[in-house]
Ligand binder design. Sequence first.
Ligand code: NCD
Length: 315
Amino acid sequence: MTFNGNHLLGLEGMSRDEIEYLLDSADSFREISEREIKKVPTLRGKTVVGLFFESSTRTRTSFEIAAKRLSADFVSISGSTSSVSKGETLLDTARNVAAMRPDCLVMRHPRSGAPHFLARHVGCPVVNAGDGSHEHPTQALLDLLTIRGVRGRIAGLEVAIVGDVLHSRVTRSNVHALRTMGARVRLVGPPTLLPSALAEWGDIHHDLASGVRGVDVVMMLRLQRERQGANFLPTLDEYSRYFCLTREMLELAKPNAIVLHPGPINRGVEISSEVADGQASMILEQVANGVAVRMAILYLLAGRGRASVEQRQAV
Ligand code: NCD
């Protein structure tokens, strides 16, 4: 389930040192994207295959750009255009893709645990790019990289995660990583999307004002309507009346608080345009950091890079 050097399936169970190592690695790759020629030969001759069985804009593009900036070939298969739509099982798809000898597989799937299944049946590293409502490790790593980049640390910060906590793989990965790194987590949302069973993850608030009061970071979530059955919400209007992050609500957080959102954002539903486009918003920094995080992960897995972070500063 954790980064053990062979796969990146989730952040649950990962140690502080391991997370810090991944963040430091990502930091060392950030600068490549600022160059005029954004390409290094690190993964030349390697093949990364993306298996995207669920829609994705940012994550897929980010992995592709990351692979290409490292000179790897990137091939992407999507659920709707692959033989899955002809009835092929996941195991058969996996075996066939593995027979083409990729150096790394990146998988997004609507079922929790699908990348773990894949990892057991292919002989190459697997990266979880989001499995159902379970984990989304590279998203949480880029969130932490963004927080650390702006605040200089993660330990001791208070982070409010707001919205559809129940269905959120982004939350699960973040809760594990933030708490391991010493942050305090508050979970904020309506009772149907934030059951009290999740109290072991952090302080529960069913009221947005009390949830964001005094926090350092507000992490907003999209409503996962594709994963919600009926009756989770009365109406979108009512949800946004109580849980949309507006400027007035954000003013209750610390004066220098920052706002994160994994995207795609629904303006006016979970976040107002004023906040999404405002000074506190780190949404586009998150996207930029996503490329660095994925470069680091592909380097460590596909490149089997075992060099120290210091050595890699010189890439
Ligand atoms: C998230 C995802 O797909 O889990 N988005 C992303 O990867 N950037 C969050 C979401 O879809 O709401």
